[in-house]
Design a protein. Structure first.
Length: 416
């Protein structure tokens, strides 16, 4: 692909007029320490009002340059900082360097039969509010602020200069769907490149084949962030019976089977996800262990399924619990912790003595300590204290560079 997609060439270019800002001392300290956001309340002086995507330059009291970022009058995160300390021109070359740096960090993945990974992890790769995921020849670009719209041409030109792809799909964070005036005709799920005849996207993760649906699927189509935890499950599964709860399209299930699990049960209340799991099993019939494994896929509520399995006395060697985000804001942290405790209890009810519990949380509001404490508390109360094997976090393509960026935590533990 050499030409810029037509949908992008029609977009406005970034305004040449920059906004000058001053901010409070705590915000200045946070900025210097690398925090990527400036909140509206931290702004003490502003030269003029701007439009989404205008570049905002932040100065200190002595009029020294502190940083430059994308201005967004529609969000309390008023500026997403792109560059600090040293001034720079934010153009195709600048984006090119960011993408190239991020690509170099992911190089080891390409040696591992993996062509599905997160190329740009927003703030953590220096591009706040922008995610780019790769699924083989398809790239999915997701924006979380209208401030990215005027810069998409530059971003995509830089992407073309560093990556080979034949399809580019745009995803918009839900909040953007209400901001049509800033989208200039862009819409969620649109294919920016000319559509290809085959709409099914297949990609490889650690040698296994998965399909994904970047337009209708959750996240950008796949939970790429669990790759390393899935690999750990593969290593633990030989000869085991495995229960994968909140299985989505069967990521953990396929790894367990490939690792030699004799029986794999997947539970997810989404019927399309359960159907995709069945197709993913088919895509991997070339793997002898997958071919030989016995699969069962249940589209059922997880809490109900676990309770029913307990009643029928069904037990597993490994139980995986990877629920969706339970806490969207601070007030939901306590209910989320209660739900994690409940899940631990239900999971242990169907786990054999000496079996392995794998429990994850993707709620950034719930701290690592709170989460692990909740699991242990529940396990003790259930009379099945846990012995930890490992606590894990983010995979290589999901680097974490600021506090709020950390969200994924997972415990591998043996239950007495
Ligand atoms: N483990 C998966 C990702 C899980 S995402 C992977 O590796 O790809 C969370 C999943 O939980 C979603 O697929 C969603 O459909 C499912 N889900 C949410 N609430 C549920 C519930 N109460 N019962 C069953 N599934 C649920």
């Amino acid at each position: 692909m050499t030409e810029l997609p037509a949908a992008l060439s029609q977009l406005p270019s970034p305004s040449s007029q920059r906004i000058a800002l001053r901010i409070t001392s705590p915000a200045e300290r946070a900025l210097k320490q690398g925090h990527p956001w400036i909140f509206d309340q931290s702004i003490t002086e502003q030269s003029h009002e701007g439009a989404p995507g205008d570049l905002a330059v932040i100065f200190d009291d002595k009029r020294h340059f502190l940083g430059v970022g994308l201005y967004d009058p529609t969000s309390p995160i008023r500026v997403r900082v792109l560059q600090k300390i040293k001034p720079a021109t934010i153009d195709t070359n600048w984006f090119y360097e960011k993408i190239r740096t991020a690509d170099a960090i992911r190089a080891p993945l390409k040696e591992q039969e993996t062509n599905g990974y997160r190329l740009i992890h927003g703030e953590n790769d220096g591009l706040p509010g922008l995610v780019i995921d790769r699924y083989a020849e398809t790239f999915v670009l997701k924006i979380y602020s209208p401030a990215w719209v005027p810069h998409l041409k530059d971003v995509c030109t830089a992407l073309q200069q560093t990556q080979q792809f034949n399809r580019l799909i745009l995803r918009l964070n839900r909040s953007l769907n209400k901001q049509a005036e800033y989208l200039h005709g862009l819409s969620d799920g649109m294919t920016l490149t000319p559509p290809t005849p085959d709409n099914l996207i297949l990609f490889k993760e650690n040698g296994l084949t998965f399909e994904c649906d970047p337009i209708n699927g959750q996240k950008t189509g796949f939970f790429l962030d669990q790759r390393e935890n899935r690999e750990r499950v593969r290593e633990l599964s030989k000869g085991k019976s495995v229960l994968n709860v909140f299985s989505y399209t069967g990521g953990f299930s396929l790894y367990a089977a490939d690792g030699g699990a004799k029986e794999v049960v997947s539970v997810d209340f989404s019927t399309p996800a359960a159907q995709a799991t069945l197709r993913n099993i088919k895509h991997n019939q070339n793997k002898p262990n997958v071919k030989n494994a016995k699969f069962e896929t249940l589209d059922q509520d997880a809490f109900e399924a676990l309770a029913q399995m307990k009643t029928s006395g069904r037990l597993f060697d490994i139980v995986i619990l990877d629920p969706p985000m339970f806490a969207q804001n601070q007030s939901q942290v306590e209910p989320a912790l209660a739900a994690y405790r409940r899940l631990t209890h239900l999971g242990l009810d169907v786990l054999k003595r000496g079996g392995i519990l794998v429990q994850a949380s993707c709620s950034s509001r719930v701290s690592t300590v709170e989460f692990f404490d909740a699991i242990h508390q529940s396990a003790r109360e259930t009379g099945r204290p846990l012995e930890e094997i490992e606590r894990t976090g983010h995979a290589l393509d999901h680097p974490i560079k600021y506090k709020e960026g950390a969200y994924l935590k997972c415990l591998f533990a043996t239950a007495t």
